[in-house]
Ligand binder design. Structure first.
Ligand code: SAM
Ligand code: SF4
Length: 334
């Protein structure tokens, strides 16, 4: 039984924790990372597995966090990541542990991750064209990524969710193809609006394709019906009206920010607690933890950080008041 919940001053309860395990990546997606020039964290700056497990335990046992997503950077480039999955899974049998990955290393790791306790997975895939894949991810890895998706399915990581960041003039002509893939394979495809968190500073409002436009294009071919969820989350979800398998979701961070129901918090690879993707501040937990303080002490610091969660960082995108965080998506942990 959790001793308490993490509540902010606007009454939102934080129960979904995203843990970034590395700032490094084997891709260089144009909407996320610069091709070169990012300064990597040093090994000693990154939380060790025991430290991640300790913080995860505080969140789970003291504050009732029920979903933990392992992310990055690319989580699968962190050595022995399945060991960490097992350590987090051991905290509570019913913990919902999931991962966001570019999928390229899943061919060799999916089975071990599933055995370690990973329950679900989101795999990022922005195009179904091999040449375009290389233009977006800036790595020649289309075939390996597709094989990784198959491997995740074979390992029983269900449902398979695919994350597609839709950019105008880059891949928005493929949204119906992705809906067809969802139907054919029974995947859940999440269309994500391009957010101004890219390392190269290429974001422009004109590059954002609003979710409603994507939905219209899909519904011209495949009518959708709303699939409401018991627990409100950021994705607005739909099923196919004709009963085909799979589903569609929209993460409309730019056109319809979901800040008023946001239940997410984030831990960066170096142990910074972030209350919002767009936060301009972070609460550093690593050095506090390394100084030898008690779990209760760390808990009090976490509670006050969450209490101060901003009303809505995404609400200001596109206005003059928007200030881009210093860190890009791969350094925050998407
Ligand atoms: N490397 C893993 C991956 O790509 O799935 C996990 C980390 S990545 C930062 C997490 C998610 O953020 C991915 O689905 C990615 O597509 C998304 N993302 C990255 N930059 C983004 C941006 N500027 N706008 C919207 N989504 C973005
Ligand atoms: Fe790497 Fe994921 Fe960012 Fe692409 S989106 S560069 S795979 S961290």
């Amino acid at each position: 039984m959790a001793a308490s919940t993490l509540i902010d001053s606007f009454g939102r309860v934080a129960d979904d924790l995203r843990i970034s395990v590395t700032d490094r990546c084997n891709f260089r997606c144009v909407y996320c990372m610069p091709y070169e020039g990012l300064k990597w964290l040093k090994r000693e700056e990154i939380l060790r597995f025991e430290e991640i497990q300790r913080l995860a335990r505080i969140f789970v046992e003291h504050y009732g966090v029920r979903t933990i997503r392992i992310t990055g950077g690319e989580p699968l480039v962190r050595a022995n990541i399945e060991e960490l999955v097992g350590m987090v899974a051991s905290l509570r049998p019913d913990l919902d542990i999931t991962m966001t990955t570019n999928g390229v290393l899943l061919g060799s790791k999916a089975q071990r991750l599933a055995e370690a306790g990973l329950k679900r997975i989101n795999i990022s895939l922005d195009t179904l064209h091999i040449d375009r894949f290389q233009e977006i991810a800036r790595v020649d890895a289309f075939a390996k990524t597709m094989a990784g998706i198959e491997a995740a399915e074979a390992a029983g990581l269900r449902p398979i969710k695919l994350n597609m960041v839709v950019m105008k003039g880059v891949n928005d002509d493929e949204v119906v193809d992705f809906a067809r893939l969802a139907r054919d394979k029974g995947y859940e495809v999440r269309f994500i609006e391009f957010m101004p968190l890219d390392g190269d500073g290429i974001w422009r409002p004109e590059l954002v394709v609003p979710s409603l436009r994507i939905q219209e294009s899909i519904e011209d071919q495949f009518p959708l019906v709303a699939a409401p969820e018991a627990r409100p989350g950021p994705a607005v979800k739909f099923k196919f009206a004709d009963g085909a398998p799979g589903g569609i979701g929209f993460i409309s961070s730019v056109s319809q920010a979901f800040c008023d129901t946001c239940n997410r918090i984030r831990l960066t690879a170096e142990g910074g607690l972030r209350t919002c993707l767009f936060s301009l501040r972070e609460t550093p937990l690593r050095d506090l933890m390394r100084s030898g303080v008690s779990d209760d002490h760390i808990g009090r610091v976490i509670e006050s950080a969450i209490w101060a969660k901003e009303e809505g960082g995404a609400l200001q995108i596109g206005t003059e008041g928007y200030v881009k965080p210093e860190k890009s998506m791969s350094q925050i942990g998407g």
